[in-house]
Design a protein around this ligand. Sequence first.
Ligand SMILES: Nc1ncnc2c1ncn2[C@@H]1O[C@H](COP(=O)(O)OP(=O)(O)OP(=O)(O)O)[C@@H](O)[C@H]1O
Length: 189
Amino acid sequence: MNGVSSSGKSSIARQLLIDLDRPFFHMGVDMIGAMRSQTRTYELDAIALTDVLRQTRAGFHRAVAAMALAGNNIVMDHVLSEPWRLRDCLTVMTGIDVVFVGVHCSLDELRRREQQRSDRPVGTAASQIEPVHAHSIYDLEVDTSTDTIEACSARIKKFLDQGRLRRAFDQLRTSANTDLGQQSGGDPV
Ligand SMILES: Nc1ncnc2c1ncn2[C@@H]1O[C@H](COP(=O)(O)OP(=O)(O)OP(=O)(O)O)[C@@H](O)[C@H]1O
């Protein structure tokens, strides 16, 4: 699942683990970040922090891929706010059946959630919307401002139950060297 901060990805993931018939893992980029030493991270200067964050995200992609390649089913929860992240996922997830789900939410509701949760600066989500959904191709899209978490989870489950129809990742791979490669901020890992 890809969506901006506060869009509801983790909430949907938690619901999916209840709803899906097989045992899925929930792996979120926040979870990997939480495994890193906070004390040593706060000591880093801006350049070193950028490197560490990029390595954290690249490591997250590979950790999810490794789990999937070992036969596990994963609900991956990510914020694809830089073009290299999607390009890296397309490469790392080769040979893995990925259902790419876009998680949307209205701006008003995002602001309301940010004010309520207070652990994310208000405006974070708004600044992410354009880069996060820039590729604009998904297998399925849900909106947590118009549907409940339960309804979003049910739609994803239904899609998975239909079996392999088409895959956005296959389509994105064919354009990865053109459209995605032209976007700004596209440092390779
Ligand atoms: N459908 C909803 N209705 C009301 N509140 C919601 C809904 N979905 C999520 N929230 C609230 O919004 C906040 C963010 O939700 P959640 O953690 O699931 O989002 P996220 O996309 O994983 O965010 P982040 O990427 O910042 O971790 C939580 O406080 C959650 O309770």
